[in-house]
Design a protein around this ligand. Structure first.
Ligand code: CTP
Length: 428
């Protein structure tokens, strides 16, 4: 359990702990104590139903502050509590989060203090669901969780085991120490270091799926939506980098504040990347580039004159490999490895063969991972043999920031700019 206060930023982090009405509400006391031991200041809000399981007095005694249940109540000391409470905290944590509170968050319902706080908060949100197994498996709950994931909410899946109601399966609140560790991890990564930490960098990024023409109406392609690449582009731009995206086919809207060049085939993408490479300080190959293309590209639509046909394919240029081989000084080069078996071994082999600084591996056979999903689960392997960083299934927008954290680390440790170089970023 990460209870060392040095794990978190030096300024006392403020956590809003929301408690909704489930049998696991009493475990929130342990979460509160764990956060306090780690150096956090914690304020508590409860739903009315939560108060039927545990008295607010318990949390008032532990936190040393008024517990807000109803901000309209005459004893509430703050007339606009949902704003002051939510907008002055570094993390909004809800443990336990019931199916009902999850449904309300997912749909923007704001009919009590806790749900209004969720809408009014600009802090990262972490929820620890706990409910009966059947309710957890219900498509409505799973749909709502999916919405929250794509909204960037961090979710700690419940544990499996025997429930208070006697059924066995997933639904038990995750262990308090795991919840505290996840909260500290979020506080650490959101603790201010993601502000402008890519200033002075120019990120060149490939995104989406390539299309290799067979004839004027047909092509070979893949399922890549461009979500992961665009999430990286958006996060990098927010963190101060100049961003140029070379995009193949994409299924989602591109972020603003970036410059984007369309290049549909691997050959066009290769040419566009090589043209812009000299200005870049970071390259990330997030596109799903076709490895093969038809040798013949018919200029006319191919007619179905025979009962079968075969396509002869040839290799496309490997853009990532070409960028890494260019050995551009100070250029950080990162690639993806979409794998279906021996994920880490294959990714490590690609990292070495292509001489990359880091590779982001994912097992695309797993649900919610890889192509055309809003979530991803990845492992980042770096060439300076840092231990692999495993990123659990979270929104691609959150994965993007963790990948960029690794870029920042590599910049400082592996290829620092010299302070005298033009366009250099501070390394201290
Ligand atoms: N890539 C690329 N150009 C290609 C093929 C792949 O730039 N012609 C990049 C991708 O953008 C990704 C990385 O290489 O960052 C790995 O892609 P992947 O398809 O997983 O691996 P390959 O190198 O193509 O190897 P294989 O298909 O044999 O697994």
């Amino acid at each position: 359990m990460a209870q060392d206060s040095q794990d978190i930023p030096s300024v006392t982090p403020k956590v809003a702990l929301g408690i909704s009405g489930g049998i696991a509400a009493y475990k929130a006391a342990e979460v509160l104590r764990g956060l306090q031991t780690a150096g956090c200041a914690v304020r508590v809000a409860m739903t009315k139903r939560a108060c039927e399981f545990v008295q607010p007095l318990t949390f008032r005694a532990l936190s040393g502050a008024h517990v807000i249940v109803d901000d309209y109540a005459p004893d509430n000391p703050d007339p606009i509590a949902h704003i002051t409470f939510s907008q002055t905290v570094d993390l909004f944590l809800v443990a336990p989060a019931t199916a009902n509170i999850i449904a309300k968050f997912a749909n923007g319902v704001a009919d009590d203090f806790l749900t209004t706080t969720y809408l009014a908060s600009n802090a990262p949100v972490l929820i620890a669901p706990a409910m009966n197994t059947t309710m957890w498996h219900h498509p409505a709950t799973q749909r709502n969780l999916e919405v929250l994931r794509s909204d960037g909410v961090y979710i700690i899946d419940p544990d499996e085991g025997e429930m208070a109601c006697g059924t066995v399966g997933p639904g038990r609140l995750s262990q308090p120490e795991k919840i505290v560790a996840a909260a500290l991890e979020i506080l650490r990564s959101a603790g201010g270091k993601r502000t402008n930490d890519l200033a002075g960098e120019h990120l060149l990024l490939t995104v989406g799926a390539t299309r290799e023409a067979i004839d004027p109406v047909r092509f070979l392609s893949n399922n890549s939506s461009g979500r992961m690449g665009f999430a990286i582009a958006e996060a990098a731009s927010r963190r101060g980098a100049r961003v140029t995206v070379i995009a193949g086919a994409t299924a989602v809207a591109a972020p603003v504040n970036i410059s984007m060049i369309r290049a549909y085939s691997a050959e066009e993408m290769y040419a566009a990347v090589m043209k812009h490479l000299p200005e870049a300080s970071i390259f990330i190959g997030a596109a799903a580039v076709a490895d093969y293309r038809p040798v013949q590209h018919s200029l006319q639509k191919i007619k179905k004159t025979s009962s079968s046909m075969s396509l002869e394919l040839e290799r496309t240029p490997d853009i990532l490999q070409a960028v890494a081989s260019a050995e551009q000084d100070k250029l950080l080069v990162l690639g993806f490895a979409a794998e279906t078996e021996n994920v880490l071994a294959n990714a490590r082999e690609k990292l070495q063969r292509k001489s990359l600084d880091a590779i982001i591996a994912n097992d695309v056979t797993r649900e919610g991972v890889g192509f055309d999903t809003v979530t991803n689960e990845v492992t980042i392997l770096s060439r300076d043999s840092q231990a692999p960083i495993h990123v659990p299934l979270i929104a691609k927008t959150n994965v993007a920031d963790i990948i960029l954290d690794e870029v920042v680390r590599l910049r400082l440790r592996v290829k620092p700019f010299s302070l005298s170089e033009p366009g250099a970023v501070a390394t201290g």
